[in-house]
Design a protein around this ligand. Structure first.
Ligand code: NA7
Length: 557
């Protein structure tokens, strides 16, 4: 790629744009603002390297649930041609290698401050600047502040009595030691059976003397059937990049497979069974794509749910364990559906025990282990696969203060309120990549990220071209978008999970709001394009004072 880099025009601490986070979002945002717009831009990153969620989540079995050929940037032909994935589902270390490859290839590191955690960010209205202070006492100033902090980066450590008293090692999966954890000869206890616990259990069981999985809520899981990619498949990917991208851009979830137009209940029972069996044999998230109505019709969903429950009962030999694992009471895919590599089979091992916390609730953690109502389980190592304060947690953790001293915590005290998941009223020139109210976690993330980054880049280009000082959403547009997000969720079964991190119910005291936009990525992309096409409809654009005579404040509602 030719080096078309502009020279920095501002001091590193008085920038055009500041990006928080050097994961998938931050890296691409840096590239776009620096190379396409020629801005003075820096990234602040708390970690010592790039990677974001893939830097921190190094737990055993950590792997992406999107198929590798769809889990990369698609904006650059060179990047696509120069990288080759090795497995159907890339493991954490390979994704981290990929993001390091991108950072090197695009020469991004020179504009990233590592080991730099944002402590607070305040909007200075007079200067029209964001003032960002870091935990080590530095200050940066920038016209535009872009959060690229990911949706699942604030760990959720449960408030269990005695947790701190545990005498052995205790690790949250989202903050895993870089040196790894040696489980050999250890009695390991794991809390949590979401996507993470389901990935980790089979690998921990192989290395530990004993693994006890403490299950509060049973979960569906579809076999991943991970495998090395064949030379033929790799060639097919290389030769069909445009088609693969076109499919990812046309589907509601950004994955490279289409959702069938068949309806489960309009299909005969034997045919339906055959379709589920074929999807089970193929594995992966596309199990959800077998029928069009699985996420909108409870009776249709029941057919998939019952198929999976029956598979669990077939696989797991001990009847009590099989019953505890298959007694799933939320509709299929209303929580993030995990895919696994031998999760249910793991419970057939002699060194694995399932503790059903519905039968014997967890009482406390002791120095020597976990006590439930039925007794104490002695443990040497505790693994917390207990998830994240999703979507809002990473943003609230930045301690943002907008116009007039309004904090984000106050603005969102009843739940996140955004326009398109991209901007927050009262926080001019702040952009939130994959923010709440955007499809984000319901979508293959790189697809959602590329769309957001490109939209933000085009928006900033427009602001600068048109001498606009600041952009901020109108209250009415925010209200209408919040209603749209609610309506989109309510048109599906997603809220029927009752309890999920999509709804924020996994964190005590968090407002119960369905946070991502469930209307589908393709539709959302169209909405964002229309908004921009109509001169940023629903945003309030304030011209530079020098241009104020040209018409004062522009309201694009
Ligand atoms: P999840 O999906 O939020 O799962 C967390 C798990 O931890 C879930 O099974 C919880 O049970 C369990 N949990 C949480 N707190 C406790 C306590 N106090 N006691 C017992 N069990 C507890 O997080 P993951 O990391 O698995 O996945 C997050 C996303 O990352 C994933 O969906 C992918 O998108 C990537 P609960 O269901 O709350 O009863």
């Amino acid at each position: 790629m030719p080096d078309t880099r502009p020279k920095l025009t501002a001091s590193p601490r008085n920038l055009d744009a500041l990006i928080v986070g050097a994961g998938f979002s931050g890296l691409y945002q840096l590239h776009c603002l620096r190379e396409r717009l020629g801005l003075a831009v820096q990234v602040l990153e708390a970690a010592t390297g790039v990677g974001g969620t893939w830097y921190w989540n190094r737990y055993p079995g950590a792997r992406c649930d999107s198929e590798s050929h769809s889990y990369n940037y698609t904006f650059s032909r060179e990047l696509l041609n120069e990288w080759e994935w090795s497995e159907r589902y890339p493991e954490q270390a390979e994704i981290l290698r990929y993001l390091n490859f991108v950072a090197d290839r695009l020469d991004l590191r020179r504009d990233i401050f590592f080991n730099t955690r944002v402590a607070a960010a305040n909007y200075d209205e007079g200067a029209n600047q964001w003032r960002v202070s870091t935990a080590d006492g530095r200050e940066f100033r920038a016209t535009y502040l872009i959060t690229a902090v990911g949706c699942l980066s604030t760990t959720n450590i449960p408030d269990i009595p005695g947790l701190k008293s545990f005498a052995g090692d205790c690790h949250h999966t989202g903050n895993w030691p870089h040196a790894g954890v040696d489980f050999s000869g250890k009695r390991v206890g794991m809390l949590g059976t979401g996507s993470t616990g389901i990935q980790a259990a089979p690998v921990i069981a192989q290395g530990a003397a004993h693994l006890t999985v403490f299950q509060r809520t049973p979960n569906y899981s579809i076999p991943a059937h991970n495998a090395p990619l064949t030379p033929e498949f790799k060639r097919w990917v290389r030769e069909n990049q445009d088609e693969i991208r076109a499919v990812m851009h046309s589907t509601p979830n950004g994955h490279p497979f289409r959702i069938s137009s068949r309806r489960a209940l309009a299909t005969s029972a034997p045919e339906r069974q055959a379709i589920y069996e074929a999807a089970w044999a193929k594995g992966g998230l596309q199990f959800r794509a077998t029928f069009h109505d699985l996420l909108v019709d409870k009776a249709a969903n029941d057919t998939a749910a019952e198929f999976i429950r029956a598979r669990i009962r077939e696989v797991v030999k001990a009847p009590r364990t099989a019953a505890a694992l298959s007694d799933i009471d939320h509709p299929f895919a209303t929580k993030r559906p995990p895919i696994d590599s031998g999760y249910f089979e793991t419970f057939n091992r002699d060194n694995v025990t399932l503790v059903n916390l519905r039968d014997e609730p967890l009482e406390c953690i002791l120095p020597e282990g976990i006590r439930t109502r039925a007794g104490t389980y002695a443990l040497d190592t505790l693994v917390l696969a207990t998830g994240f304060d999703a979507m809002t947690g990473p943003l609230l953790g930045l301690n943002l203060t907008g116009r007039g001293g309004l904090t984000l915590a106050r603005a969102w005290r009843e739940g996140p309120r955004t326009y398109l998941g991209l901007q927050v009223e009262g926080f001019p020139n702040l952009f939130t990549v994959t923010g709440p109210g955007s499809p984000s976690v319901l979508v293959n993330m790189p697809v959602a990220i590329e769309q957001h980054v490109e939209w933000i880049t085009d928006c900033i280009a427009h602001l600068r071209r048109s001498s606009i000082r600041s952009i901020e959403p109108d209250p009415q547009a925010v209200q209408q978008w919040v209603e749209k997000v609610n309506d989109a969720a309510n048109a599906t079964l997603l809220p029927q999970a009752g309890h999920s991190w999509y709804l924020g119910t996994n964190v005590p005291g968090k407002p119960r709001v369905f946070m991502p936009y469930a209307g589908g990525m393709a539709r959302y992309r169209g909405i964002c394009a229309e908004v921009a096409g109509r001169g940023y409809e629903g945003f309030h654009l304030t011209p530079d004072p020098a241009d104020a005579h040209k018409g004062g404040q522009l309201r694009q509602a």
